[in-house]
Design a protein around this ligand. Structure first.
Ligand SMILES: Nc1ncnc2c1ncn2[C@@H]1O[C@H](COP(=O)(O)OP(=O)(O)OP(=O)(O)O)[C@@H](O)[C@H]1O
Length: 293
């Protein structure tokens, strides 16, 4: 694996709540070789920390997520993906570190950031006594869009996401997949620059997954950025062109799909190697399972 793909999060824990006091500006930087300046990342994370009691959920991570990419944040259960996305989107206050989205500091400049992002969080809570259409109408008005524009966009999104037939049904009566889709519609309504999705395909049938996929591909083709978390390597490999691998609160690798995959036959193999689970078969201890009764 090329060196630039592997990340080297510092091993030391910072003092107190734990934020290393590193700061960088968000301007486009020269590449150091006299070439064209590199575009600033869509999302920059510096020394981000979160601790829950004794548990360090996110251990001082650095990330630079490039704009206009389909980005996968992958990691085993409990790696810290949801905690990271929650801090990056302003839903959870970090113990330390800094996050900028489109050059704006998430915690110092939340209004600027929230106008530019869409979020489909884990355990999505929606105003579920509204119908799907009412939810989009309400969300659009909260976003400050004119009523006619909200109506137009809502109609199109409901149609594309195959929710037109259920638009007057209360969201509480939606299935899991329908809730994901109406949540996605609400997150896209204001045409954000960066869309954050926590496990967007969980509980979604293959037809709906394909629909969501084409909506997201169209969205990134227009220059927007999607950041999504998943455990499903095949999905990440087929959708993403840029990947960050998180293990036990640290970033183990980040880079293009090819850089992170390197010589491994698949992202799944590269992932197993990175998390130290290659060739590991914990099921061997279950020697009673399926044996003679
Ligand atoms: N509110 C909380 N209180 C205490 N511990 C928490 C809390 N939220 C997360 N954690 C712990 O932080 C660690 C990271 O959790 P997180 O949900 O971010 O992982 P994840 O990578 O999203 O996992 P999964 O893929 O299973 O959803 C875990 O050890 C988890 O138990």
């Amino acid at each position: 694996m090329p060196e630039q793909a592997r990340d080297h999060t510092p091993d030391r824990a910072p003092e107190g709540t734990g934020a290393p006091a590193r700061m960088r500006d968000d301007e486009a930087r020269d590449d150091g070789a006299g070439g064209a300046p590199t575009a600033p990342p869509a999302v920059r994370v510096e020394g981000l920390w979160k601790r829950f009691g004794e548990q360090i959920a996110v251990a001082g991570i650095d990330l630079a997520l490039p704009a206009g990419r389909f980005i996968g944040l992958v990691g085993p259960n409990g790696a810290g993906k949801t905690t990271t996305l929650s801090m990056v989107t302003g839903l959870l206050r970090p113990d330390g570190g800094r996050v900028t989205v489109a050059g704006h500091d998430v915690w110092r400049d939340p209004v600027e950031v929230k106008a530019r992002i869409g979020v489909l969080p884990e355990g999505l809570r929606l105003f579920d006594r509204l119908s799907g259409r009412e939810l989009l109408g309400y969300t659009g008005r909260l976003r400050g869009l004119p009523g006619a524009e909200v109506d137009k966009r809502a109609t199109q999104l409901l149609d594309v996401l195959d929710l037109a037939g259920a638009q007057h049904k209360l969201v509480i009566d939606y299935s899991t997949g329908m809730r994901k889709k109406i949540g996605l519609a609400a997150a896209l309504l204001h045409n954000p620059e960066v869309l954050f999705l926590d496990e967007p395909f969980e509980g979604v049938d293959p037809v709906s997954a394909q629909t969501i996929r084409s909506v997201l591909e169209r969205y990134t083709d227009s220059g927007a950025t999607v950041v999504f978390s998943s455990h499903v390597m095949e999905l990440v490999e087929s959708l993403c062109d840029w990947v960050a691998v998180m293990v036990a609160g640290r970033i183990r690798a980040q880079g293009t799909l090819a850089e992170v995959r390197s010589d491994a036959p698949s992202l799944q193999d590269a992932f197993l190697e990175l998390v130290g689970a290659r060739g590991l078969d914990r099921s061997e201890s279950l020697d009673w399972l399926g044996g003679a009764r």
